[in-house]
Ligand binder design. Structure first.
Ligand code: 0GY
Length: 296
């Protein structure tokens, strides 16, 4: 570790286990990030955490170790609205990565075109107060209108306690919507708990709301083998098989106190998607439809 990395957070394991489950050829890790490298791509002055470097080489090594083929790289909040690190990683992927950008709401069409050229296929709106200073709903709606011509979608990150408040905002978005980590339900309530019922009501409100069935490490307080997560999430995958995505969430921002083993996360997949058909949809068909539609 170089000196400039001292004091920065390490939130991922350097020795993930090899999963027992082998993803099908073509599988997409549809939620992951890169951090830096800081010397080339400095973190935002407004970053809420300063992680160690987790660049494209490490991401693609993990992809290969876990048995995935492609990545969708989501711009991490520590890089603010400067998408250079994410674009750089996409460039290094030989066509095997695409991305989701975070943009200044004042962004113009020419810059959106540049992001599209660079492999971005969506924008992320983050409502977590511990990660961002502001989340201007009216301006986010303007952005979502502006990206429609590119065939993009929006990714929204929020926690379960503000779902009801966000419903009118989510209803007003004119492009497909992908919800990160199911809006962070309390999975200990089970599949029929209040959080999951509210989230299903959101999915039922329009047929172009998708979700990432991700982050057992963040959502299941009991930890591995993540039984509460599996119990709550498997019925969701079975009931909405064409609108679910899966991802590692590597390098697991802010998880330094309970760093997950990526191999163990992959081994959750066959438990929430118990048939080969469900797994093909979750890992290949669905992410390909959103991120590589021209190959479908
Ligand atoms: C996630 C979750 C988190 C962080 C970010 O952009 C980010 O910094 O998304 C979090 O801390 O909950 O999806 O990576």
């Amino acid at each position: 570790m170089s000196d400039d990395q001292a004091g920065r957070i390490l939130s991922w394991t350097l020795n993930p286990s090899k999963p027992a489950f082998a993803p099908p050829p073509g599988a997409v890790d549809a939620h992951c990030h890169v951090f830096g490298p800081q010397a080339q791509f400095p973190f935002s002055a407004r970053a809420k955490y300063l992680p160690r470097d987790a660049g494209p080489e490490a991401l693609f090594a993990l992809r290969d170790r876990l048995g995935f083929t492609r990545n969708v790289i989501v711009q991490a909040s520590c890089h603010g609205t400067d998408n250079a690190a994410t674009l750089h990683a996409i460039t290094r992927s030989n066509g095997r990565a695409r991305g989701v950008a975070v943009v200044d709401p004042a962004i113009g069409d020419a810059e959106l075109d540049r992001l599209h050229e660079g492999g971005m296929r969506g924008v992320r709106f983050n409502f977590l107060k511990r990660l961002v200073d502001d989340a201007p709903k009216d301006r986010f709606i303007e952005v979502s209108h502006r990206i429609a011509r590119l065939g993009w979608h929006v990714v929204v990150y929020f926690e379960a306690d503000i779902l009801a408040e966000l419903r009118p905002f989510l209803a007003a978005i004119p492009v497909p919507v992908v919800i990160d980590h199911m809006g962070r339900p309390d999975v200990s309530q089970g599949p029929d708990g209040a959080d999951m019922r509210a989230f299903r009501a959101l999915l039922d409100s329009r047929d172009d709301i998708w979700t990432k069935v991700t982050c057992p490490d963040r959502l299941d307080a009991k930890g591995p083998p993540y039984d509460d997560f599996v119990r709550a999430v498997r019925p969701l995958v079975e009931d909405y098989p064409d609108r679910v995505l899966w991802g590692t969430d590597w390098p697991h921002p802010n998880m330094q106190d309970a760093i997950p083993d990526d191999g163990a996360l992959v081994d959750v997949i066959p438990r929430i998607a118990p048939t080969a058909e469900l797994r093909r949809k979750l890992l290949i068909d669905n992410p390909m439809r959103l991120y590589w539609p021209e190959e479908m």
